[in-house]
Design a protein around this ligand. Sequence first.
Ligand code: AMP
Length: 397
Amino acid sequence: MNSIKNISFAGQRTLIRVDFNVPIDSDGIVTDTTRIKAALPTIHQILDTGGSVVIMSHLGRPKAEKTNKLSLRHLVKPLSELLDKDVQFVADCIGVEAANVTSAMKPGDVVLLENLRFHAEEKAGNDAFAEQLAQHGDCYVNDAFGTAHRDHASTSRIAQFFNNKKYFGLLLEKEMEAIDGVIHSNETPKLAIIGGAKVSSKITVIEKLLDTIDAIIIGGGMAYTFVKAKGGKIGNSLVEDDYLEMASDLLIKAQEKNVTVHLPRDTVAADEFNNEANRRTVAIDAIDEGWMGLDIGPSSISYFQEDVIQKAQTILWNGPMGVFEMKNFQKGTISIAQALVEATENGAYTLVGGGDSVAALNKFELADKVSYVSTGGGALLEYLEGKSLPGIKAIVR
Ligand code: AMP
């Protein structure tokens, strides 16, 4: 891997693609700097070896037009404070002003470019736009694992303009090592905990994981499609009827590969999709019409915690066990997070990834108590599926 470790960037203007897609409140204050902090080791390494740094990122989903709300200008202050250094902001990522600023940089300078997605060409993967971006650097570093599965101008297209001067950033490298570590770990039993809303978005990952794991917990909204496929009554719970057959096939495949599938035993059912709805705990396969399962129930929680999670040595978690955004349906997700923390304390390796599971960990202030928190959501799933990610493929030399 063409890592930046042990590389000197003396006199080099280094263009870094980072993932600074951070939450910003209505006053323009960055409310969570985790993603900025995650990019600091790469930025420091380049500055410390005598280079200068041009930072580019997307922020949110602008409709290819400038809005103050999604301006990276809001990141100048927290980034300067974290780096303990002035950061110069350029109000467009391409054009004359940006070119003038980046061509005059001296070693130690840090420039932050405006939101890449203010130009539709970024997501379109436009080569001419990528070439304009490329002019800001003598070399290119990709440190944005979260967007590595995208074939965008700044994540993959741009690499063609750097020949041998393209590198994996330290965060990207660390993410790949952590996930590879789980896939290839010999510390067994190996457990995957997969939750979230949709079977359709995760069934291929689960199928792939069956080759490497010993057991899997399937929770969250996607569990009901499996329960229905097994003949259970799921009332008005979330279901993808088009996937019933695939779910049945997957259960058979798991059995053939000696992978134990743990589905929830009970559920907290509600008569409306609402925090204030009436609730009752029922068996997972006996949910009445008019009721929907919105969280795993107490018997599932203790079974998963004691009989499954505490026995595992390597654990991967992606996707919440219920509608954790609503207070009355967050217990299952909190309990899984706590069980992972306990397993970590007892020596298991635990990797958590995906926007919602990480948001849940942060919400319960447990993020620093598991072994590794991945910044990738879609990228993590595609990497686990064994797909070749455009952002990674583009920088391999
Ligand atoms: P995903 O993006 O597929 O990981 O799904 C995350 C979403 O799944 C979260 O917003 C949860 O609220 C939602 N979710 C989890 N469990 C359920 C459930 N039982 N019914 C409906 N939505 C759920």
